[in-house]
Design a binder for this molecule. Structure first.
Ligand SMILES: *[C@@H]1O[C@H](CO)[C@@H](O)[C@H](O)[C@H]1NC(C)=O
Ligand SMILES: *[C@@H]1O[C@H](CO)[C@@H](O)[C@H](O)[C@H]1NC(C)=O
Ligand SMILES: *[C@@H]1O[C@H](CO)[C@@H](O)[C@H](O)[C@H]1NC(C)=O
Ligand SMILES: *[C@@H]1O[C@H](CO)[C@@H](O)[C@H](O)[C@H]1NC(C)=O
Ligand SMILES: *[C@@H]1O[C@H](CO)[C@@H](O)[C@H](O)[C@H]1NC(C)=O
Ligand SMILES: *[C@@H]1O[C@H](CO)[C@@H](O)[C@H](O)[C@H]1NC(C)=O
Ligand SMILES: *[C@@H]1O[C@H](CO)[C@@H](O)[C@H](O)[C@H]1NC(C)=O
Ligand SMILES: *[C@@H]1O[C@H](CO)[C@@H](O)[C@H](O)[C@H]1NC(C)=O
Ligand SMILES: *[C@@H]1O[C@H](CO)[C@@H](O)[C@H](O)[C@H]1NC(C)=O
Length: 896
């Protein structure tokens, strides 16, 4: 059945605000007529103290209550006005107190000698270098990743302003700072933004000196107990200085909507909001041309249409939004990569005054329609697309929270090979560049903003500031992101405590939904429900339904019966019966657990079981078996999820928890550093599960994957089950040439399993079939002793831009070239040429060696080195790996 989300063609609201610009080019500085966007990533000085020693604070919190007796100053009244553009009710906007704060911190102005501070380049995550906190009595435990995220960080740099900038408006654009950011220019407190995942803008103009030195100082304050995962610390995204003429397109000031689209023509609508920051009325002519966008270069191609030109008079201080329509003939539609193409366009808006261009603003967008159907799921441009999604946290493994375009792109490439076509940004706004990647690579996105509302999950999480900041944060988030064609839903919350408070909680959901609809009436609003049931008020407040784990049921399978905790029978049917017209989706499934390359015996006889010390896990070694049958207590194996989804075909698909392992939340062993949930480990190496999902999500790929490895000198004569993941429907297994039987997959079965195999060394071979025809084969051999290292990189050449990365995989091999499964040799990386080692990893959630270390033990035979180019450093980058007693390996990457 069709809900109102069946149609996207309503757009009646007055748009108060401004919208979004994406600038996909890799170049840091972008100058178009009338507008300059200058990267401020370089030349910062940085200092962090674990304790608050400057006596400044946004507000009192449980972790800084010691400051009550020290004369500390609460700066919140100066920060709140930064939210005003995102607060609708004029009476609710904030007035800055007269004068400045009484505190006069020397760091904020000129004359302070910061030469002893650390030199850093943004994006910067102060915590990722470690060292890890090990043990129980430490300030940051497993949940937040055991890294030193807490404390107060100061960043200082000069700002280049020239007298020719007089008369311009200068904005500081920060894409993300963790957290409670406050900004000073030349000793004046400008403003700030507390939520660590938000992008925000501050107007520097009133404090700029157009002659002499300008000093920018940014303070961030990162509480302990503020997150359920690793948040990172510091200015971990890009920072820009934007220079514009007084009349210009507002922050995120454009909004492009597809009203209708077929292969013949598309009806588009665009809002342009302009603002006049001058002291007098000005007249401006506004013209917008639509061009194809070349996805690789980010450059505009041929012009295909235009919006009608119009003229506006703007009085001093006013802003105005104008909506216009245009028709594009024979549009190239945007759609997800699995079945469609992610074509993109750019709308180039020019403001002119007296025939001179005074502002140019690019809006990247795609032409597409989404249909949200209770029975058929999601339709893109009229065609059903099954959501084969994963949840992704914001960290990039060993690089941490500091955003890096290549590291993010590599994650998406690995996920695309898997057959994944959708990402849920769990549980916070991503870096803006990540959404440019999902647009360009053709992933669908659920863009999510909050993990908590008024009810806490940790002592110092967003609930502390929800009342003041939920409106500005939500409006800013949607205005920033609403032109991305990849986003098909807004999620206002994940597993929030308000699910448990009936009407009270549902009213909060309703209030947030209304705000989201005001900012973007074209997309449905959802929130993830691990508890709320169809008969409760909470789901009524949502346009589409996202369930976490409840679809397949929680603790409802036989192997979970001994557990305490809420038992939830499968809920897909109940939700669908109650809300037949609402699209129903699993925003989290599985929470399956494993460590790559680890197998623990005996193997459970069943398709899904919780991890414990007698089944699938070992709390001493902190390892979880990779037979891929084990889950968190509240979770399910992939097999159990697949069956539940296949039995309820109206479900639109799933987002697996999780795509990659991430730092923090190391369920079930909180003594570790990083998670066990990933289909891919923290280093980017696929676990066995990868092939189980790939065989389902890419059924056309001829795939057969055998587990476990076959090097078990201590298991000769012992039962060692063999499982095979394949897109085939029949399989025959051979051990040293002898058949162990041919099997057929039954309905709701997703793997082949031979559970009685008695181990003997040699060769396992599987031949699979599909529709009685040979399909795919695989062989696994017993490895001998390790003799050498093989090193390979993800790419042969990288850009000489000081940001691009080469990911080097090291495999420990025997003399036949077979990976030695248990190898944990200590590998040392070296590099010659124009680049540096950034970090190493191995995907082992228990490895407390700091990430920047150049030596790293292999884990289950593999290790990873991450190398960065030097800016301007053309030539060969020779990467070497050595290990004692083994022949080393080397590889050359071209930097160009
Ligand atoms: C960007 O602009 C800044 C300030 O004008 C300058 O220092 C820097 O070299 C520029 N970077 C590039 C790549 O042009
Ligand atoms: C600290 O003092 C402020 C202002 O008097 C008060 O609001 C706050 O509750 C105090 N905090 C603690 C933890 O005592
Ligand atoms: C507007 O007037 C104020 C006060 O006279 C002045 O400080 C400011 O620079 C003016 N703004 C612009 C954009 O000219
Ligand atoms: C702008 O103001 C001028 C002068 O007052 C007037 O002639 C013109 O019609 C106005 N234009 C618009 C679009 O309001
Ligand atoms: C959340 O708040 C409640 C009520 O103030 C408190 O009892 C509980 O300890 C808090 N939970 C966490 C995890 O901070
Ligand atoms: C929510 O409603 C249920 C059913 O009416 C009731 O049993 C429960 O006590 C209510 N919970 C709260 C927190 O009000
Ligand atoms: C471990 O899980 C199994 C089911 O997989 C269960 O039978 C067993 O009782 C559990 N052991 C403990 C110690 O909880
Ligand atoms: C495993 O389960 C199957 C199906 O329920 C049953 O036939 C078989 O006997 C069980 N095997 C063991 C070793 O418990
Ligand atoms: C669990 O791991 C520890 C440490 O590696 C090991 O000593 C122990 O034998 C393991 N326990 C089981 C039941 O295998």
């Amino acid at each position: 059945m069709a809900s109102k989300w069946e149609r996207v063609a309503f757009f009646g609201l007055l748009l108060l605000g401004a919208f979004h610009s994406t600038i996909a080019s890799a170049l840091p500085n972008i100058t178009t007529s009338g507008r300059q966007r200058i990267s401020l990533n370089n030349e910062w000085r940085f200092r962090r103290t674990e304790k608050n020693v400057d006596n400044l604070l946004y507000d009192y919190r449980s972790d800084n209550s010691n400051l009550n007796t020290t004369g500390a100053e609460v700066l919140k009244p100066y920060i709140l006005p930064s939210a005003n553009d995102f607060i609708t009710d004029p009476a609710a906007r904030h007035t800055r107190p007269d004068g400045g704060p009484r505190s006069n911190v020397s760091f904020t102005g000129e004359g302070f000698d910061d030469s002893k501070w650390e030199s850093v380049t943004l994006p910067h995550d102060w915590a990722i270098k470690g060292p890890f906190y090990v043990g129980d009595s430490v300030p940051v435990t497993g949940g937040m990743g055991r890294l030193p995220v807490q404390g107060v960080g100061w960043y200082r740099r000069k700002l280049d302003v020239s007298s020719s900038d007089r008369g311009k408006i200068l904005y500081l654009d920060i894409d993300g700072a963790q957290s409670y950011a406050m900004v000073w220019l030349n000793g004046h407190l400008v403003g700030g933004w507390p939520y660590g995942y938000a992008s925000f803008r501050l107007n520097l103009t009133p404090y700029v000196k157009f002659q002499g030195e300008n000093i920018l100082a940014i303070r961030v304050d990162n509480p302990t107990d503020s997150s359920r995962w690793y948040p990172g610390g510091g200015i971990y995204r890009n920072v820009w200085l934007t220079k514009v003429e007084p009349i210009h397109v507002s922050q995120w000031g454009t909004y492009v909507v597809t009203d209708e689209a077929t292969l013949e023509s598309a009806k588009m609508r665009m809002v342009v909001q302009i603002v006049n920051k001058a002291n007098s009325t000005g007249t401006v002519e506004v013209a917008t041309d639509i061009h194809l966008l070349d996805p690789e270069s980010g450059r505009a191609g041929a012009k295909v249409a235009q919006f009608l030109r119009f003229t506006r008079n703007l009085t001093a201080g006013s802003s105005e939004a104008t909506t216009q329509a245009a028709v594009i003939q024979k549009p190239l539609l945007w759609g997800p990569w699995t079945t469609q193409k992610p074509n993109m366009y750019v709308a180039i808006t020019r403001l002119s005054s007296n025939n001179k261009v005074i502002d140019t603003y690019d809006t990247h967008f795609g032409i597409r329609t989404f249909t949200y159907n209770g029975d058929k799921g999601l339709l893109v441009n009229g065609a059903p697309v099954r959501i084969q999604g994963v949840n992704q946290h914001h960290d990039l493994g060993a690089i941490g929270a500091a955003f890096n375009l290549r590291a993010a792109q590599r994650q998406l490439e690995i996920l695309r090979d898997l057959g994944c076509n959708a990402i849920r940004m769990s549980h916070n706004p991503p870096a803006p560049e990540l959404l440019e990647l999902t647009d360009r690579m053709g992933f669908l996105v659920t863009d999510e903003i909050f993990d908590s509302w008024q009810r806490n999950k940790t002592k110092n999480d967003f609930h502390l500031i929800f009342d003041d900041w939920h409106e500005p944060d939500l409006r800013a988030f949607i205005r920033r992101d609403r032109n991305h064609p990849s986003i098909f839903a807004w999620s206002i919350g994940n597993e929030v405590g308000e699910q448990y408070t009936n009407e009270t909680g549902a009213a909060v959901a309703q209030m947030l939904r209304e705000i989201a609809h005001e900012e973007d009436p074209t997309r449905p609003v959802t929130a993830s429900m691990n508890y709320a049931k169809p008969y409760m008020p909470f789901p009524q407040a949502l346009d589409i339904l996202n369930v976490n784990y409840q679809g397949e049921g929680i603790r409802n399978a036989p192997a979970y019966s001994h557990l305490t905790g809420i038992v939830t029978p499968p809920q897909y049917k109940a939700f669908h019966d109650t809300f037949p017209e609402k699209l129903l989706l699993s925003s989290e499934t599985a929470a399956a657990l494993s460590t790559r390359g680890t197998y623990i015996f005996p193997v459970v006889n069943g398709t899904s079981a919780p991890v414990n010390n007698t089944s699938g896990g070992n709390s001493t070694s902190r390892l979880v078996s990779a037979y891929e049958l084990y889950s968190a207590d509240f979770g399910s194996s992939p097999d159990k999820v697949f069956a539940a989804q296949d039995q309820n075909p109206f479900v639109a698909g799933e987002f697996v928890w999780s795509g990659f392992d991430y730092i923090g939340e190391p369920t079930p062993y909180y003594a570790a550093r990083s998670s066990y949930f990933g289909i891919v480990d923290l280093a980017g190496f696929p676990k066995d599960r990868y092939y189980l999902y790939q065989s389902r999500w890419r059924p056309e790929v001829k795939l057969a994957h055998i587990l476990p490895h076959w090097t078990w000198p201590e298991r000769v004569g012992l039962v060692t089950p063999v499982h095979v993941f394949s897109s085939g429907d029949e399989a025959e297994l051979f051990l040293n040439g002898k058949s162990l039987g041919r099997q057929k997959k039954d309905e709701y079965e997703y793997r082949f399993r031979w559970d009685d195999v008695v181990y003997q060394p040699g060769e396992l071979h599987v031949a699979t079939y599909k529709d009685d025809q040979p399909w795919a084969e695989a062989t696994t051999q017993t490895a001998g002793p390790a003799t050498r290292l093989r090193i390979t990189t993800d790419r042969k050449s990288i850009a000489a831009d000081g940001k691009d990365l080469a990911f080097a995989k090291v495999e420990v091999l025997d003399k036949e070239g077979v990976v030695v499964p248990g190898a944990d040799n200590e590998v040392t990386f070296e590099v010659e040429g124009r680049g540096q080692l950034v970090a190493t990893d191995n995907g082992d959630p228990r490895d407390f060696t700091p990430f920047p270390s150049r030596t790293r033990k292999a884990f289950s035979g593999l290790a990873l080195g991450i190398f960065r180019s030097e800016e301007g450093g053309r030539g060969g980058l020779k990467i070497k790996a050595t290990a004692e007693g083994l022949e080393g390996g080397e590889v050359v990457v071209q930097v160009e």
